[in-house]
Design a protein around this ligand. Sequence first.
Ligand SMILES: NC(=O)c1ccc[n+]([C@@H]2O[C@H](COP(=O)([O-])OP(=O)(O)OC[C@H]3O[C@@H](n4cnc5c(N)ncnc54)[C@H](O)[C@@H]3O)[C@@H](O)[C@H]2O)c1
Length: 412
Amino acid sequence: MKTCNVIGLGYIGLPTAIVIANSDIEVFGVDINDDIVRSVNNCISHIKEPNIENELRQIVNKKKLIALKEPCVSDVFLIAVPTPFKSKTDKKIPSANLDYVFSAIKSILPFLKDGNLVILESTCPVGTTREIDKFIKNQSNLNNVDLAYCPERVLPGNILNELINNDRIIGGINPSSSKKASAFYSKFCKGSLHITSSEVAEMTKLSENAYRDVNIAFANELSIICNELNINHNEVIKLANYHPRVNILNPGCGVGGHCIAVDPWFIAESVPDSSLLIQTSREVNNQKKMWSLNLIIEESKVFEIKKKRKPIIGYLGLTYKNDVCDLRESPSEEIALNLLDLGYDLLTCEPNLKKHEKINLFDKEMVLSESDIIVIMVAHKEFRKIRFEKYRIIDFCGISFLNSTENKTVKI
Ligand SMILES: NC(=O)c1ccc[n+]([C@@H]2O[C@H](COP(=O)([O-])OP(=O)(O)OC[C@H]3O[C@@H](n4cnc5c(N)ncnc54)[C@H](O)[C@@H]3O)[C@@H](O)[C@H]2O)c1
């Protein structure tokens, strides 16, 4: 295995292409987006990750990675294209949109040969890899292509390290596929490689994200309950977590991102009658977004009644989680757009973005000094040291509690 096409140069595909190119494999990075192909060949990363441009420059200069608009002949084809859900349907459970995956598979067919290895890294419903196998056999004369589902579980902000050091699940459609995929990943992965079937690998990936979603839903629901009972949920969570077997997560203004807010639906779609907890958790996390929007509106109305004018709302953080530049499914972005539609004045600070197409961005000092109410949406590192005591705040991510001097539990 000397050459590899990585199809899709996004948040996962680009760092993966870099890590593979740092082994003895020559990589062709393929993307349908012209701008991405051009920028990668110019050593510019369109995603923000520590050290990524430095790494990109080194391997592009050594010609170990070349970005292309279309695939080419190689030994391995690794698919990392998006798998969103179909949002514009009236079905209660959104279904997975596999159009990108199948269009990527179609695009490699003219170059695929028996003996090649195809790896699917895109998160997919159970059974998708087996469907791809049938599709390849139906659409070609090929009978001996190895195929494996190999998900990954990287943390945005630490992707390049985790791609190398995390354990991987290798789900071949047969033993030969698993063996070949393991040999491929062992060239650049230091973590253990765990071999299983493609179905178990698919379900493992979905279970990881559903597990996170369910646990965040518990924290989000707890924060709503505590608010109704006039109790500080941050203190409750902190004290409950002194229990040696309890670890309640931090609530937020909802759940976003391309994974946790999407993938649990892929389980629900397959087994709607048996996935009630997973579906309810999705709903709780979506509802937390609307609850947060309403809380900001209510607080603004209280201000308006007192001061006879609408408040200027200082809005801290737009991305779906802290310290990333990713806006996909971001609850904070959606809340901000709703507030702007309703005619509220927002002064928004998002240190991880240079600009936003619909929301004007300002620096932190300006936002803090000019706003009547500060809403803390995302716990970016730039906000963590602010002493919030002197501001009128609504804190959805608990950082004012962490900073506060009142946050000391008295030990008797
Ligand atoms: N982002 C994460 O943290 C993460 C983690 C684990 C798994 N995943 C999964 O990995 C997959 C990719 O996610 P991502 O975040 O990298 O998506 P992304 O949107 O950042 O990148 C996907 C890229 O694929 C390109 N593309 C689409 N169709 C194509 C085609 N037919 N040929 C070539 N390029 C094509 C797009 O232009 C885009 O640049 C998804 O299934 C996602 O669920 C993502």
